[in-house]
Design a binder for this molecule. Structure first.
Ligand SMILES: Cc1cc2nc3c(=O)[nH]c(=O)nc-3n(C[C@H](O)[C@H](O)[C@H](O)COP(=O)(O)O)c2cc1C
Length: 426
């Protein structure tokens, strides 16, 4: 299904009603509560076919205005088209997309939302919350910059999306998937705090485990780099041996064995290093995917509840099909999160076992190193300088053992967080 950005289809809106002719805004913000949530459902072209009361009240459009209108009816002129390009790119690739959107009300005011949109059977379903995290302030400035570039440099939507992605990379997010996971996690957390709601422990644990998984990968990479750097030690040992009259063969043999073991350990270590996940627009590490999906699941939980009540209140109860669609979207988020968590657990377990095995191999390295020390002792007069090399080997082994024990601890901490049954503090 993976489409290239250039292949993303623009929705064909045919003869759908156009947004209001005037884009005048009076600059005032349309207030709404942190506890409020909007949701809407569109068809595959982005034409609205269902929505809730909050949507009507805040947007200022009547039910009649909204029903059958393109979502573009809410488009604010400050919004970079890059964001909508990314939104459609993700949705048409089957991704759930999280994005900050500034919308325009019918009377020209504005309101900001963090929107979570996802494909459903016959269209797209999106939920919106009030953004209150620090990251939102950064995004407002970023959107201003991108929108200005669109207008002055006459960028196409795709060119502008590439510009936005580049700026996100500058800010430390390798792709849009990373950014939306971080942003959604922070918005969800900020909303829970503002609502004085107890933290969802599964969200907290998944977020912490995701951070620890990234630390773990960094530690593994640092360990692998230590091994790469150690090659110089055995090379020095061989150069040293070449200068000896007596003991040359023994020291050479020691260096060769040490080298072989180093390479063996290096090989095992490389298999534990995850491939970089920054390729494409959407790929994210499992831990981040898990927390993004979990936040989606909890939001959808609220939607399912509100939707049913609102529909009953309106005298037009939700049909079983409508309820089924939202419920399966909610289960979808949970399913994706569970899969991602289970992948994290599997890789933490693999790392734990392999490091245990590698620690035994490092013990083997110690034996060779001790043989080298003994040899250095017996050659003391003629082998001045071998002590220094052996001393460096001692330091190297201390460092790798410390790192390996640290890695095992991190893997254990991850498993303690997400590898056992979870429950929410309620
Ligand atoms: C599920 C869904 C939700 C959307 N929500 C909004 C929205 O809140 N505001 C908005 O301006 N566009 C929204 N869009 C995007 C619009 O369809 C449209 O791409 C956008 O307004 C830009 O239109 P333009 O490129 O024709 O100017 C949404 C699209 C989908 C599929």
């Amino acid at each position: 299904m993976n489409m290239q950005p250039s292949e993303v289809l623009k929705p064909n809106l045919g003869t759908m009603p156009e947004p209001p002719p005037s884009y005048a805004t009076d600059g005032a913000e349309m207030p709404f509560g942190i506890e409020e949530m909007f949701f809407s459902k569109t068809d595959k072209r982005g034409v609205i076919d269902d929505f809730n009361d909050v949507f009507v009240r805040v947007s200022g459009f009547s039910g009649e205005d909204l029903c059958g209108a393109p979502h573009k009816i809410l488009r604010h002129p400050d919004m970079p088209k890059a964001v909508f390009w990314l939104l459609w790119n993700g949705l048409q690739n089957g991704e759930a997309v999280g994005a900050y959107v500034k919308n325009r009300t019918k009377d020209g005011r504005y309101y900001w939302v963090f929107a979570l949109a996802a494909p459903v059977a016959d269209g797209y379903f999106s939920v919106r919350i009030k953004p209150t995290s620090e990251i939102h302030k950064q995004v407002i400035a970023l959107y201003e910059e991108i929108r200005a570039a669109e207008l002055t440099e006459k960028l196409t939507a795709e060119e502008s999306a590439q510009r936005l992605l580049q700026r996100l990379r500058d800010l430390g997010y390798p792709n849009y998937g990373w950014f939306q996971s971080a942003a959604f996690g922070l918005e969800y957390e900020a909303r829970q705090q503002a609502l004085k709601a107890p933290p969802m422990m599964d969200v907290v644990n998944t977020k912490v485990a995701s951070q620890m998984t990234q630390d773990l990968q960094r530690e593994l990479a640092a360990l692998a780099a230590e091994f790469d750097g150690a090659e110089i030690l055995t090379a020095n040992m061989k150069i040293f041996a070449a200068k000896l009259d007596q003991g040359r063969a023994v020291i050479n043999e020691v260096a060769k064995n040490y080298d072989l073991m180093l390479r063996d350990i290096q090989g095992h270590l490389k298999t534990l290093l995850a491939l970089p996940q920054s390729g494409g627009i959407w790929s994210t590490p499992e831990g981040q995917k898990a927390s993004f999906m979990l936040c989606g699941y909890h939001l959808l939980d609220e939607v399912v509840h509100d939707y049913e009540h609102e529909k009953i209140k309106s005298g037009d109860p939700a049909t079983p099909e409508e309820m089924h669609q939202i419920q399966s979207l909610r289960s979808g988020y949970k399913g994706h999160s569970d899969d991602a968590v289970s992948d994290c657990v599997k890789s933490a377990l693999t790392i734990q076992r392999r490091i245990e095995f590698l620690l035994r191999m490092v013990l083997g390295l110690s034996t060779i190193r001790i043989a080298c020390r003994v040899e250095a002792g017996s050659l003391r007069q003629s082998a001045h300088g071998l002590d220094t090399i052996v001393g460096r080997l001692d330091d190297f082994q201390d460092r790798i053992e410390t790192r390996m024990v640290g890695i095992q601890q991190l893997a254990t901490d991850i498993l303690d967080r997400i590898g056992r049954p979870q429950g929410n503090v309620k």
